[in-house]
Every structure is written in C-alpha cells, then in structure tokens.
Design a protein around this ligand. Structure first.
Ligand code: MRU
Length: 365
C-alpha cells in the first residue's frame, strides 16, 4: 500500500485501504495517528493483530471484524492445529466486546476452518478473510444505495442541501468499503444530491476528527461541532436527519453505538428530526434479545484524562486534561432504544425495527 496515495477517494464497491494482505501478514492504516499523520503498519503475528484492534489502530465494527479474520489466517499460517485455532479466536475475541462484527467474523472463520484437515486451513483461512473484507465492501455499497432516497427526499423538501448530523466515525476508515453512516452521504453526493454534514467531535477518542478528515478529502461540505452542541442544533432546525453507525443491533432493534449516540437520538426525537442507523447485517445480533444484553466496553480512565493533537511545533502530542488521580468513567458505547430509531439503513433496504429479524432471520445473512 502506497501511503502517499492516501486518502482514498470512496468508490462504492471498492476495497478501502484500511486492511490488506501483505507478504507474510497484513498491512493496516494506523488510525491512532490520523488525522495528523498517515502511516501504515505491518502485522505478522496474531498478537500484533490483537494489539492493533485493542488499542484501536484499526477500529470501527466492520473493520475490526475483517482484521480479526486476517488475524486467524496469520495464526493458521504458523500453526493450523485445533488448539491454535481456538487460541486465536479467544485472543482476538477478547479485544473488544461490544462490536458484534468481530465475533461474527471469528465465528465465520472458525465454522469454515474447523471441519477441514489442518493442511488445508491456511489457504482457506486467507481466502475466507479476503471474502469477509470483499463482502463488507459490497455491503457498504448497498447501504449507500439504499440511503440515497432518504437524503434526496429531505434535500427536495428543503430546497437545498440536506444537513446530516453524524457521530463518531462510520466512514470508510471504519470498514473495508465506503462506510456505513457515510455510505449514503458519499453515494448521494456522487448522485448529485446536495449534502452537508455536521460532525460531532466524539470525545474521548475524537473519532469525529476522522470523519471530518474523510469528508474534507472527498470534498463534502461539513462542520465540526463539540458533542454538546448537537442538542441545540437539533432543537433549532439546523439538522434535517441524523445518521449513525452501530456496533451491535439487538433482535428488537436496540442499537449500541459510540457513547453519545443515545443523547443525539433523544434530542432528535424531541425535535421531530428523523434518526437513522446505518449498518450491515453483520452488525445484527439476533441472539441478543434487547439492548440490556449488549456488553458495553469500558476503555479505562486514560482516554478521558488525556487528549491527542498537534503541539506548537506541529508534532503529534498527548496532553493531560484532568489531574492525575481524578476518578473517571469511560463507557465506550451506549444503547439507543429501538423506539427512537426511524429506520435501519441496511444492505436490504431501509427497514423498521420489527422487520429486522424477519428479513435477516428467515433468509440468513
Ligand atoms: O470505538 P470505535 O471507534 O471502534 O467505535 C466505532 C463506532 O462506534 C462506529 O460508529 C461503529 O463501529 C459503526 S462503524 C461503521
């Protein structure tokens, strides 16, 4: 991967340069350095893959699923036995609990590999990981296509650009394709629909900066706002629709996403603004009855106490915000109840909560 060619211009159906196979492992775009520095990292052991997911060099629900699948392939290249397969699944599955795409991808890998003789596993594992990544690019493209009418209708009603509020980063950086929440944006813009995006900063990790970076490089008009501004903007008519991604959608439609999403859903509901969740079926967990059963990741206090940016000399630096010893809480996700969600933009169309289990349960993913 030629990092000088970044950023990638989102093209529906194409693979994003977020994870790719290299000679004896994989390459990833290191998102801990963005938007300040563009650097890739070579990962050649399952431990390195687990570290990259855990510290969020790769992040976003679909992307961590695909990356974990490649991690299994790396493990199988070293040792294709049953014990090594089980150990890789346990190690990678323990990195991040909330995004179900991670666990879905590991189950898909294990289900494909377990019945095979060990000698066949490495080649099949690489092929299956590639298929998971390719499938994700196709799912993102379909989400984009289904989201366009939602944005076009609102732009026509308004007689001007549709103003989309999003939270966290659910663009190409979070997937193997053009993103989930940003897929309708990129696709609508390509179709000539005028769109402006209001980007919520997303403390504590500030993934909104990644979203702003993607949008700037793609030439999509956008405005970065502090998380706390969202309620005011929704209440005063400055936003036409909210679209977020999701890390796990329970069978009843309750949706876990980056912490702060729930507050936006509440404010959107109070203001009568539609709130959409854009996600592929790999984010749907039909075994999980409702939001209360979704495990919420606690990422520890450092993320709340510090912030990363450029110092006066232009170097990436981390500064401490809260004095050492300050007690913090850092739930990384929250759950938006289904009754606050206007529609789920999926690869099979825009669905209501009641249709999710029906559409994806009956025919499978
Ligand atoms: O902690 P992160 O940055 O991995 O969380 C990402 C999000 O919450 C995204 O909104 C979600 O994964 C959907 S990504 C297409």
């Amino acid at each position: 991967m030629d990092v000088a060619s970044l950023p990638w211009v989102p093209v529906a159906g194409c693979r994003a340069p977020t994870v790719w196979r290299e000679h004896d492992g994989i390459g990833v775009l290191d998102q801990t350095l963005l938007p300040y520095e563009r650097a890739t990292r070579h990962l050649s052991s399952v431990d390195q893959v687990a570290e990259a997911i855990g510290v969020m060099r790769v992040r976003g629900a679909p992307l961590i699923g695909a990356t974990a699948a490649y991690g299994v392939a790396i493990a199988m290249t070293v040792d294709a036995g049953d014990a090594a397969l089980d150990a890789a699944v346990v190690l990678l599955g323990g990195t991040r609990p909330t995004a179900v795409n991670l666990h879905w991808a590991l189950e898909r890998m294990a289900g494909r590999l377990r019945p095979l003789p060990a000698a066949d596993r490495p080649a099949v594992a690489w092929a299956e990981a590639e298929a998971i990544a390719d499938d994700d690019a196709a799912l993102c493209a379909a989400i984009g296509r289904h989201g366009v009418p939602v944005l076009r209708r609102l732009a026509e009603q308004r007689g001007g650009p549709v103003r989309v509020l999003t939270h966290c980063n659910a663009g190409w950086l979070a997937t193997c394709g053009i993103g989930t929440a940003l897929a309708p944006v990129f696709t609508a813009v390509a179709d000539g629909v005028p769109v402006e995006v209001v980007v919520s900063e997303t403390r504590p990790r500030n993934q909104g900066l990644l979203t702003a970076w993607e949008l700037r490089e793609a030439g999509v008009p956008h405005t970065l706002v502090a998380d706390n501004a969202a309620g005011f903007l929704l209440a005063t008519g400055a936003v036409d629709v909210v679209i977020t991604g999701a890390d796990r959608i329970a069978a009843n439609g309750d949706a876990a996403n980056k912490v702060g999403t729930y507050l936006k859903a509440l404010a959107a509901h109070a203001a009568g603004v539609p709130f959409h969740v854009a996600a592929p079926s790999s984010t749907l967990d039909l075994a999980c009855p409702d939001g209360a059963a979704i495990p919420i990741e606690d990422r520890g206090q450092d993320e709340v106490c510090t912030v990363r940016g450029l110092d006066a000399t232009g170097r990436v630096a981390e500064v401490r915000l809260a004095p050492a010893g300050t007690r913090t809480a850092n739930p990384a996700f929250d759950v938006t109840p289904a009754h606050l969600v206007s529609g789920y933009i999926t690869e099979r169309g825009v669905l209501g909560a009641a249709a999710l289990a029906d559409v994806f349960g009956r025919s499978g993913r």
